[in-house]
Design a protein around this ligand. Structure first.
Ligand SMILES: [Zn+2]
Length: 437
């Protein structure tokens, strides 16, 4: 449908530009100006998109007028073949389009509309067969409001603070209990994740209580978690051992047949771990790792794990440079990609101090959140706001985050979240996603 309309407009536009080229006076007068070469219209669920193909970049601005509803597009030092706007067919939103010359060299295009809209505009740099494009989206406010209440859900992240209640976990030399610092970091992580648009954190354990592993997993499942992060603190007899580690599972090293046989036995966990030298003392860690082995989402877990590890490296030394994998087979798939983070060694006096420090806890929470963002900016599950509410935009040389944000009427932090952008330098040609709706 879009194709037909596009061809239709193209053929008409072709005629118009031929006509212009045939008049020498006109073409030389417009030599310095940006020339609109084509206007294409496409309809989407809640907005109408107009693409102006141009032979070069030009500054533009947009504003709305109400009663009657209009959107005005001004393009500096630009011109358009006479009659080009007439080719854009009226539709249920756009009643008519008018154009005129302003200040002798600027172009003004006025859209008469049947509904109140939110206009958004942006420039696309040449790519492939396309040249410079000015894109104007007219978001129908009535429909956009409806779309917002539609069921684009948040990505759900279950945060599992290790240990609790009668199970204190490891204890540091200064008497710090693992269960306490994991809960504190979990709560900070909950906050930083909830600050990210399109994400929602669920605390598996909210207070100092004992929870069996299967109840923890059950809780994550009840909330339809897209990811589960278990937080722990490492412990080792030698107080010099230090750094963070992240665990995920791999299928390497164990045949599914062996794993299936073992899982059928009640003490499967012990048997399995008897086979694998993980060098973990923590019984709960062993159990979590065993449960991870039952999920069919190892690749995702590794992917998430390495994104988070990259971010953790900026706030703490890492004990192992890679996401640690233990060799289990995939048995069944509850499908929650899960990782386990040993945030630091509670048995190392300096790291124990860090684990108790509010500012360090906050750094760790933020680093994990950045990693989570990085992952979901690539792999947002279908049906989530993160996956479905976006436009793509190619960065130009003079762009910065603030200008892109203001042009698209989105917040800078939403742009950062959606694209997991943490450095300030944008690269020309880089394509970012603009959240919509
Ligand atoms: Zn632990």
């Amino acid at each position: 449908m879009e194709g037909n309309r596009r061809n239709f407009l193209k053929s008409l536009a072709g005629l118009s530009s031929l006509a212009v080229a045939a008049v020498p006076g006109l073409s030389s007068a417009s030599a310095k100006n940006a020339q609109i070469q084509d206007i294409r219209l496409s309809k989407n669920k809640s907005y109408v998109r107009l693409v102006f193909d141009m032979d070069k970049l030009a500054d533009h601005s947009i504003f709305s007028l109400h009663k009657p509803e209009r959107v005005v597009l001004d393009i500096k030092n630009a011109s358009m073949p006479h009659g080009m706007v007439d080719q854009v067919q009226a539709n249920s939103l756009i009643r008519s389009i008018r154009s005129g010359v302003r200040n002798g060299h600027d172009l003004r295009v006025v859209f008469d509309l049947s509904n109140n809209v939110t206009p958004r505009s942006f420039i696309l740099a040449p790519s492939g067969k396309s040249g410079h494009r000015l894109v104007l989206d007219l978001h129908d406010k009535k429909l956009t409001t409806k779309a917002k209440t539609s069921n684009k859900r948040d990505v759900i992240i279950a945060i599992d603070a290790g240990h609790g209640g009668k199970d204190p976990g490891a204890t540091g030399r200064a008497g710090t209990h693992e269960k306490r610092v994991t809960l504190q970091i979990a709560k900070r992580l909950e906050k930083t994740i909830n600050q990210q648009r399109g994400m929602q954190a669920i605390l598996v354990r909210k207070n100092d209580r004992y929870m069996r592993l299967r109840d923890r997993i059950q809780k994550a499942r009840e909330h339809h978690a897209d990811m589960m992060i278990s937080l722990h603190a490492d412990s080792f007899p030698d107080p010099r051992a230090r750094g963070s580690s992240i665990y995920a599972l791999s299928v390497d090293g164990a045949s599914s047949e062996t794993a299936r046989m073992m899982a059928e036995k009640e003490n499967a966990a012990d048997l399995l771990f008897g086979d694998v030298n993980l060098a973990v003392e923590d019984q709960m860690v062993k159990e979590v790792l065993f449960d991870l082995s039952l999920t069919g989402t190892i690749e995702s877990s590794l992917d998430i794990g390495s994104e988070i590890l990259t971010q953790i490296k900026t706030v703490n030394r890492v004990h192992k440079k890679k996401v640690q994998q233990a060799g289990f087979a995939v048995l069944k798939a509850p499908n929650i990609p899960s990782i386990l983070i040993e945030t630091a060694f509670i048995s190392n006096p300096r790291e124990e101090k860090n684990l108790r420090s509010a500012s360090h806890q906050q750094k760790v929470a933020k680093a994990i959140t950045r990693g989570v963002n990085k992952y979901f900016s690539r792999k947002a599950p279908p049906g989530t706001w993160l996956a479905e509410s976006q436009l793509e935009y190619r960065i130009n040389e003079n762009d910065n985050l603030a200008s892109i944000a203001s042009r698209h009427k989105v917040s800078e932090s939403d742009l950062r979240t959606r694209n997991a952008l943490y450095a300030d330098n944008l690269i020309a040609g880089q394509v970012i996603k603009i959240p919509v709706g």
